[in-house]
Design a protein. Structure first.
Length: 484
């Protein structure tokens, strides 16, 4: 993997510092690749080539004077369309917002710029960031570079596809329902869903919204775990509203060698069946960990009723996203919640109840969540990582028919609801825990899959270190064929 466009952001930054390549030269290389390969992928849906070239020239001038702006000096970057970038559209894929132009940068955008990146484009999303696919009526459909008939994931699908195809150096997405993790898994790259609240989301919201949603997090996607940590360091820290007295000091990784990790492995759950090809790859990862000397157990799990945890997650997830709903959609959810029987445990029923929940009903759920958080904390006193799937299967065919709750995917030869696999999103998301996804190899069908590594609260560096060490053991990012 010697091609420069597939190098990690860390490697690209080192090449720039060592004057092995110029910032403008590197940017033009990526812009050329976007021109060549993006039409078939539709991953990058907005560019500011002129503005990026001006910044790249300034970055070259700084290097010539012996100055660097930060650890990512001169690295070309794209970012999810839902982040505000001054002068760019921020639509969240909503047709009525197609002319909505941001007037200021998101806080995290300014922090990545301060780290030195050259931001040149934005990547595609699904309507309202609400799908594990990435298509909308404004920008169309994004395809998976491993097979353009398949989804790249969502809602950060454009981000993962652009990284996998070597169209950008680093990217950032957001995650409330695995929207960083499932695209990383489907496209064979790395992603971090950080501990809730440590990366302020100011400027990643619909117009007029300045408060962060429950469960939701922003975070980086990249071609290496090292890049995740660089971006974490750049983006993390207090919002200016809290900066007078709020400080963030994330713990160092628990271990620096794979052999010292204690890893619990969970490959299935009654809430979400996992396809055999994917489970086989994760079992191979567990076997590799044991061979490397790590302590591995498939019996150790937090003492939590996963059925109830999944139910609470869906209710609180849909409560958190209900503010995005149009009035007509909200009224429909009200009617459904009233009409559905109390014994109806379908996703549609839980979604409708969550969409229309009273705050009085939310409070005991939040109390339940806090009890679960205490149970997870006890678990992580004995274990360093819980390794599990990121989804139910490898990437699956595009399906834009009907509504999301009605769609199915094939798992082990039979159809299952696409929404079942939200379990693997909520397992760590509900309880605010950090989790990384990194490459776990390939299924027998030749598709990349990822391993999700969950760590203790605020121990993002432990999850990242584990993914970095695992990649050294089993192999990390592999580029898809056809994008030389």
């Amino acid at each position: 993997m010697s091609a420069i466009h597939y190098k990690s952001a860390s490697e690209l930054a080192a090449m720039i510092r060592n004057r092995e390549i110029g910032c403008l030269e590197l940017l033009d290389h990526y812009l050329g690749r976007v021109e060549q390969y993006n039409p078939a992928l539709n991953a990058i849906i907005w560019q500011d080539a002129d503005g990026a070239r001006a910044r790249a020239r300034a970055a070259d001038a700084a290097i010539a004077k012996g100055e660097t702006w930060g650890p990512l000096h001169g690295v070309p970057m794209t970012i999810k369309e839902s982040y505000d970038v001054a002068g760019s559209p921020t639509t969240w894929g909503i047709p009525e917002m197609k002319d909505s132009i941001a007037t200021a940068n998101a806080l995290s955008v300014d922090r990545m710029l301060a780290a030195g990146v050259v931001l040149f484009g934005k990547t595609n999303v699904p309507l309202n960031l609400a799908d594990w696919q990435s298509f909308n009526a404004i920008y169309g459909t994004t395809n998976n570079p491993w097979n353009t008939e398949l989804t790249p994931g969502g809602s950060s699908g454009g981000s993962a596809a652009a990284l996998a195809a070597g169209l950008t150096g680093i990217d950032a997405g957001s995650d409330i329902g695995a929207s960083i993790r499932n695209p990383a898994h489907y496209c064979g790259v790395f992603g971090l869903k950080p501990t809730y609240g440590i990366l302020p989301a100011r400027g990643h919201a619909l117009p007029g919204v300045v408060t962060s949603a429950d469960i939701a997090a922003i975070g980086p996607l990249a071609r290496s775990a090292e890049d995740l940590e660089l971006a974490l360091d750049a983006m993390a820290g207090p919002d200016p509203l809290e900066a007078a007295g709020w400080r963030l000091e994330l713990p160092a990784p628990r271990h620096t060698a794979l052999k010292d990790f204690k890893v619990a492995v969970k490959l299935d759950d009654p809430n979400s069946e996992v396809d055999g090809e994917y489970a086989d790859r994760l079992q191979a990862v567990a076997d590799a960990l044991a061979k490397a000397g790590a302590t591995v157990s498939d019996k150790a799990h937090p003492d939590i009723d996963t059925r109830r945890a999944h139910e609470v997650y869906v209710l609180m997830l849909r409560a958190a996203t209900s503010g995005r709903m149009e009035p007509a959609h909200y009224e429909r959810s009200l009617r459904l919640a009233e009409e559905l029987g109390p014994d109806d445990t379908s996703y549609l029923a839980r979604m409708s109840r969550g969409n229309t929940m009273r705050h009085r009903d939310w409070l005991p759920l939040n109390n339940e969540r806090t009890l679960m958080r205490q149970t997870w904390a006890a678990f992580f006193r004995d274990w360093d990582i819980l390794l599990c799937p990121a989804a139910a299967s490898a990437a699956w065919p595009h399906d834009q028919e009907g509504e999301r709750p009605d769609r199915t995917i094939e798992v082990n030869g039979h159809p299952v609801p696409t929404t079942d696999q939200l379990f693997w999103a909520g397992f760590s998301g509900l309880v605010y825990l950090p989790s990384t996804v990194g490459p776990a190899g390939f299924t027998a069908s030749g598709l990349p899959v990822g391993a999700q590594a969950i760590a203790a609260h605020l121990e993002d560096r432990t999850a990242i270190a584990f993914s970095r060490l695992l990649a050294q053991e089993i192999g990390g990012f592999v580029p898809p064929p056809g994008y030389d």
